[in-house]
Design a binder for this molecule. Structure first.
Ligand code: BTN
Length: 329
């Protein structure tokens, strides 16, 4: 009920909404409305109450609350379930826990904080409260497992597009799944899958976007950045989510209807900071220098080694690093 009240107050903007109006809209008594408003004030919402006029929302204690997220994604045909959490171990783990509640639909999981945020290759992902967007999509594409890696390219395209639009910057994509800004990582993507040999059960796509960190630990300092560090401003988390979901849905629809990620692959090509550069291909601890030629239509990185041999590299097989630093230069 509190979420519905917040949504109603937000819709009325600078205007007042009387207790009577809210109680009619939501079909509950005025006393119930009054109690919920009291609770919201206790939670830190600044709500002005004026006799004979009603209520007006002045300020929220957090920049993205459950009411805003649910309202923003309520009309999405693409997302069936929306989960908002103050704290969770990992949104990817949560997606796997709620997977059976959505046997045929997609779900979106958002957390303000992760206590066990997961990165690629067993690494951890720093996810302090409200410092970034920590979110996962539970997806059920009817595709063969070998196609699933293309979801990562789709996500990278959607993240880069959303950040550029909302924060007014120009990101790059470090193949296959890091979105970079000014030579450092601004977003990471972790795609996990449950599948049989010939059929995907579900995919969990986890996305982390660094927003307001002003510093990172010693290990990350050289390679991670946040939107606030680069632009001096914190973009709206809600707008970033809306743009990400809209863009992701567009690429994903092509993927599930045509079994092709062509549009996302093309976008990745235009944004690639890897193609045309010398890179290290790191496989089982061994780093080999190669030249990154292109991204093929299946989203693989085509590289040529010093001995002239060419290889098409699949996502997940190797890690790709710049010769002089994290981003190829
Ligand atoms: C990487 O670059 O190593 C991938 C990082 C992925 C981080 C996100 S944050 C939301 C989701 N939940 C997790 O535990 N990890 C992903």
């Amino acid at each position: 009920m509190k979420n519905e009240i917040l949504t109603a107050l937000r819709k009325s903007g600078d205007g007042y909404l009387s207790g009577e109006m809210i109680s009619q809209m939501l079909g509950v008594s005025r006393t119930a409305i009054w109690k919920h408003i009291k609770q919201l004030k206790e939670e830190g919402y600044v709500i002005e109450s004026v006799t004979h006029k009603g209520y007006r929302l002045i300020e929220s204690p957090i920049d993205l609350d459950e009411a805003q997220l649910s309202h923003a994604l309520a009309n999405s045909c693409f997302i069936e379930g929306v989960y908002y959490m103050d704290t969770v171990d990992s949104t990817n783990l949560e997606a796997k826990r709620i997977e059976s509640k959505h046997p045929s639909g997609n779900a979106f999981i958002y957390a303000r904080e992760q206590t066990l945020g997961k990165g690629r290759m067993g690494r951890s992902w720093e996810s302090k409260k409200d410092e970034g967007l920590w979110m996962s999509l539970l997806l059920r594409p009817k595709v063969r497992p070998e196609m699933a890696s293309q979801i990562t390219l789709i996500a990278a395209a959607a993240v880069a597009e959303a950040i550029d639009k909302v924060a007014g910057v120009s990101t790059g994509i470090k193949w296959p799944n890091d979105v970079v800004l000014k030579g450092k990582k601004i977003s990471g993507i972790l795609t996990e899958m449950s599948a049989e040999l010939n059929q995907v059960h579900y995919i969990v796509l986890g996305v982390g976007i660094n927003i307001s960190q002003m510093e990172f630990n010693d290990l990350l300092n050289d390679k991670a950045t946040s939107l606030k560090l680069v632009t001096g401003k914190e973009p709206s988390k809600l707008n970033l989510i809306k743009e990400f979901v809209q863009s992701f849905e567009m690429y994903y629809n092509q993927f599930v209807s045509e079994f092709s990620a062509q549009k996302a692959v093309e976008f990745n090509r235009t944004k690639s900071v890897t193609v045309g550069k010398q890179v290290y291909i790191v496989r089982e601890g061994m780093a080999i220098v190669a030249y990154a030629n292109a991204i093929d239509d299946a989203g693989r990185l085509i590289v040529t080694y010093a001995d002239g041999q060419t290889e098409a590299i699949h996502y997940g097989e190797v890690s790709v690093r710049g010769i002089n630093g994290y981003v190829p230069s």
